[in-house]
Design a protein around this ligand. Structure first.
Ligand SMILES: Cc1cc2nc3c(=O)[nH]c(=O)nc-3n(C[C@H](O)[C@H](O)[C@H](O)COP(=O)(O)OP(=O)(O)OC[C@H]3O[C@@H](n4cnc5c(N)ncnc54)[C@H](O)[C@@H]3O)c2cc1C
Ligand code: SF4
Length: 432
């Protein structure tokens, strides 16, 4: 799976935040005020010492800069590209209050981490063998961050992942103009370089292997299974060809080819970040007319404002206050019939039909927490696995991290939570 087809559809996307040259990086680094109690650090879920890594770029110590980043966040390379910095670190930069552009923290982080990858610098070694073993269920950022930290502490680790490619949604879901699947896989290899992480791919826990077996094999478990399949809409016409879950469709074109040459129009249902990614990606794949259909107004969208602004610049349209009531078409979908709804979401009596040869549903993903409820003591609320401040579930030795516990956040949250669970396990099992 690491050998992805070079002609896959995502390969046609450009890089929307191109890398800095050294002169640009130095100039930006020298703008940093190196705040004491820097607010940006408080807003990075992995707590990277941002002023410190930027200061090191400014003094030409790139290796030290990368070390500072990776010490806090082993996924520093992808986070530099995919973090919504506008609402995290850079959103807290004091320059925002001075009406000046915030420091480009993501781009500086990319500059330092890309240098480390290019030079092949090594920063981590596994701790002395403790003879203890931890099983990790899932292969996304939360699972890999936990596995890496557990190896630093000398514990044996086995990852059980249902998918074919490691990296979870970082590989199969993130928009290609932020990071392509092959870059995520390079990062997976970088994380695995610590050695001693056994991977059992294509193994779905609960179907291919039982909880009992896992508990016999390991002294602790980390559940990091993410979210489940795209939710569907039970309306007439749902069987028509051309209707897909958005996450499923994104995975298809990131890992392989989709032919959109005959598609004149597309609609995406939803108003969150996946919907915004999907409309931008459909435009990037060459679909001339792309409409986002959302039952609320622009102000109610849960997706990031800066991403939606970019989508509009790229020519995406929106049908706000529109509730889909039927898909239109004979064998293939040709449109989505919607009832106009008011601010109270009640139908106004008006209807519109949005033309669409392809429809993507971005109305949420199923939550997978229920599958852990088979373990006595593990609490599940609203589909999420209930954890305490250290990531522990109610069952001794069983932890959870990432989207399956937080309900769906960002890669950086998954990384922070995976590491947090690993550190808590290391405290109970001992080790370096
Ligand atoms: C379309 C899309 C775009 C996104 N874009 C961004 C972005 O730009 N920036 C950002 O920071 N975040 C983004 N996110 C969110 C981010 O990808 C997730 O928050 C993050 O990947 C969660 O990591 P995780 O490890 O918890 O779960 P996942 O990445 O979902 O990984 C879960 C893993 O568990 C495995 N698994 C599932 N069930 C089982 C089982 N029973 N047994 C064994 N293995 C199992 C799966 O195969 C998968 O590998 C995006 C999400 C989506 C859907
Ligand atoms: S990991 Fe993300 S949130 Fe943290 S400093 Fe880097 S870009 Fe900002």
């Amino acid at each position: 799976m690491t050998n992805l087809p070079p002609d896959r559809s995502e390969a046609s996307f450009g890089d929307y935040k191109p890398a800095y040259s050294s002169a640009q990086a130095l100039a930006e680094a020298h703008r940093c005020l190196y705040c004491v109690d820097a607010p940006c650090v408080q807003h990075c879920p992995t707590g990277i010492d941002i002023p410190e890594f930027i200061r090191k770029i400014g003094t030409g110590n790139l290796r030290g800069s990368a070390r500072t980043i990776f010490a806090a966040n082993v996924f520093g390379m992808s986070c530099a590209r995919v973090c919504p910095v506008e609402v995290l670190c850079a959103g807290a930069c004091v320059y925002n209050e001075m009406d000046a552009p915030a420091i480009e923290i993501g781009k500086l982080q990319r500059y330092a981490t890309d240098a480390a990858y290019a030079a092949g610098w090594e920063f981590f070694t596994a701790g002395p063998d403790t003879g203890k073993s931890v099983g990790i269920i899932g292969g996304g950022p939360a699972a890999l961050a936990a596995a890496h930290e557990l190896r630093v502490h000398g514990h044996a680790v086995t990852i059980y992942d249902a998918g074919g490619a490691l990296g979870g949604l970082n590989t199969t879901g993130v928009a290609p103009y932020k990071m392509r699947a092959d870059q995520s896989l390079v990062e997976v290899e970088w994380v695995m370089r610590i050695g001693g992480i056994e991977v059992q791919s294509g193994v779905q826990v609960g179907r291919d292997i039982s909880w009992e077996t896992l508990q016999q094999r390991h002294q602790a478990l980390v559940i990091a299974v993410g979210l489940g399949v795209d939710r569907t809409l039970d309306i007439p016409g749902k069987q028509l060809a051309g209707i897909h879950g958005a996450v499923d469709f994104i995975r298809m074109f990131k890992l392989g080819r989709v032919d959109m040459s005959a598609v004149r129009s597309a609609a995406v249902l939803g108003g969150g970040n996946t919907a915004i990614d999907a409309v931008r990606e459909l435009r990037g794949l060459g679909v001339p007319e792309v409409t986002m259909i959302y039952r609320g107004g622009e102000a109610q969208m849960s997706g990031y404002v800066h991403e939606w602004k970019a989508a509009k610049v790229e020519g995406v349209r929106a049908a706000f206050h529109a509730q889909p009531i039927a898909y239109v078409g004979e064998d293939r979908v040709t449109g989505v019939r919607c009832a106009r709804v008011g601010a109270d979401r009640r139908p106004t009596g008006e209807e519109i039909t949005v033309p669409a040869d392809v429809v993507l549903l971005a109305i949420g993903q199923a939550r997978l927490g229920e599958f852990a409820a088979a373990l006595p003591g593990v609490g599940v609320e609203d589909g999420r696995i209930v954890v305490d401040a250290e990531g522990a579930t109610g069952r001794p030795g069983v932890y959870a991290a990432g989207d399956c516990a937080n309900g769906g956040k960002e890669v950086v949250n998954a990384v922070a939570e995976g590491k947090r669970a690993a550190l808590a396990i290391a405290r109970t099992l001992g080790g370096a």
